[in-house]
Write a protein that binds this ligand. Structure first.
Ligand SMILES: [Zn+2]
Length: 486
């Protein structure tokens, strides 16, 4: 607790210093900072995941886990079983589109030619987007919907079909349900690390969404009013994990357990992170050892803190507060870039800490954004920690490098990660194994606004946020991007 207080004090000091930065001063003097830019992505094809999504879609309501797949399943699965990349881009595009509209509308209402006007303009746009988040989170394509889709995409790698409660408008709340115990039993037995990742992936989605929106503003200069929206997602994520660790969901579990009399109406896990803490600590323990549900029907899925062994709970309580580190960035204060003209003309930078719950433990790291008149990039470091050891990796990403192919004006974005992760994603091992990933994306413009993109990501066995595969994998994605010209 003391450490957290210290962090807050440090952060206030750093924030105070950052407020003096020239870029922030420029915000107050430059009405052009409010001119937003539209950036939308629609990924149509994502293979090999698409085949898994279609098979999972075919398995819905089917007793046999390998039901025949029809062409219709491929089409419907684009909405009902999207990949992690697809659901993230769908949600991000909706938020970006709405934020673009909100900022354009607010610009018409409140002129930005005075300092007071710029302040009022920013506050109105930011709070409008915050309100949109509160109303829209549990609607189709909202961040709550995205959270559940990430759980479901992890299940789909084992062809387990399920329901997203937020795939219809106006659902008051709900569960990822419709799953027989036998599928969860087989999942844990055959792929314990994948099972743990399924539990952590909902919050992973919300943290990635916040990061992706921030990257739009920093790297692509979209100037969208998404600061409060992103900060809300990060606070929600940190609160979810820490409140689970403190047992705040335990009383809810008791009430819900007394109500849910059938297996199919139950959530796949209950509180995500008490489940995470229990299963990450007991990878070899069969799912059936959870015992019989209090109603006498099915397995007792939902984990309360009393069911977690003391050393495992204390590990969970030690790592859960790390999720608050996601707020440690000037981005939390709405500072998108900091001008460092005195070092090099046109140089702007920013930095952020990033923390995720993973299949083996945690990924805590940081990233630095670098923007020059010629280059835009991110360099980062990952400290992958399991229960007993630390593993490191470095990451670098460069954006929109012009490199024509056969004289076509193609631009390229490339990301590389290289380092080590725990052997076989194990929670207690001291041994590491090489981990590497390379993602390359080419954008071919077909007009001033539209481009077609093709992206390929190749990875060794290991965990990456936003990629459903823990094993070695090569994926190919293609779609359309909309970007308004500056
Ligand atoms: Zn969840």
């Amino acid at each position: 607790m003391k450490n957290r207080n210290l962090l807050v004090v440090l952060w206030i000091l750093v924030a105070g210093i950052l407020f003096q930065q020239p870029m922030y001063a420029q915000f107050w003097n430059d009405s052009a900072t409010h001119k937003p830019r539209l950036l939308l992505g629609l990924p149509v094809v994502d293979v090999p995941y698409w085949g898994m999504g279609a098979q999972t879609n075919a398995n819905r309501g089917c007793v046999n886990p390998n039901c025949p797949v029809h062409a219709g399943n491929y089409v419907v699965s684009l909405w009902e079983n999207p990949s992690m990349l697809q659901s993230l881009m769908y949600t991000q595009s909706v938020i970006s589109g709405v934020a673009f509209g909100v900022q354009t509308g607010v610009n018409a209402l409140i002129p930005t030619n005075t300092a007071l006007g710029r302040l009022g303009n920013s506050l109105l746009a930011e709070f409008a987007m915050f309100g949109f988040n509160l109303v829209g989170t549990n609607q189709p394509l909202g961040s709550g919907w995205l959270h559940e889709e990430y759980h479901r995409a992890a299940m789909a790698t084992r062809f387990i079909s399920s329901n997203n409660p937020f795939s219809r408008f106006g659902t008051p709340g709900g569960s990822v349900s419709g799953i027989q115990d036998q599928y969860l039993r087989d999942f844990k037995a055959q792929d314990p690390a994948g099972f743990v990742r399924m539990l952590a992936s909902g919050v992973e989605a919300q943290q990635l969404l916040a990061r992706s929106l921030q990257v739009e503003n920093v790297i692509h200069d979209t100037r969208l009013p998404i600061t409060l929206y992103s900060v809300y997602e990060q606070i929600y994520s940190a609160l979810y994990v820490t409140s689970n660790a403190l047992g705040s969901a335990d009383s809810v579990v008791r009430v819900v357990n007394s109500r849910e009399r059938t297996v199919l109406e139950r959530d796949f896990t209950g509180p995500d992170f008490t489940g995470w803490a229990y299963h990450i600590s007991s990878p070899k323990q069969p799912y059936d050892s959870l015992g019989t549900h209090p109603t006498g029907v099915g397995i007792n899925r939902y984990i309360t803190t009393e069911r977690i062994a003391a050393p495992d709970l204390s590990y969970f309580q030690r790592v859960a507060p790390l999720m608050w580190l996601n707020l440690a960035s000037p981005l939390t204060l709405g500072i998108n870039t900091i001008s460092l003209d005195f070092l090099s003309p046109g140089l702007r930078m920013n930095a952020a800490m990033r923390a995720y719950m993973t299949s083996f433990g945690t990924d805590v790291g940081g990233e630095v954004f670098v923007i020059t008149p010629e280059v835009r990039g991110i360099v980062g470091v990952h400290n992958y920690q399991n229960r007993n050891s630390s593993f490191w990796a470095l990451e670098a990403e460069m954006f929109d490098i012009p490199l024509p192919i056969f004289s076509a004006p193609t631009t390229w974005t490339a990301r590389i990660i290289a380092g080590t992760q725990p052997l076989n994603q194990e929670h207690r091992t001291l041994e590491g194994q090489f981990f590497g990933a390379l993602r390359v994306r080419g954008n071919y413009p077909i007009s001033d606004w539209f481009s077609v993109f093709v992206q390929s990501e190749a990875k060794t066995a290991g965990w990456i946020a936003g990629n459903p595969f823990l094993g070695a994998n090569i994926s190919l994605v293609s779609g359309v991007q909309v970007r308004s010209p500056r």
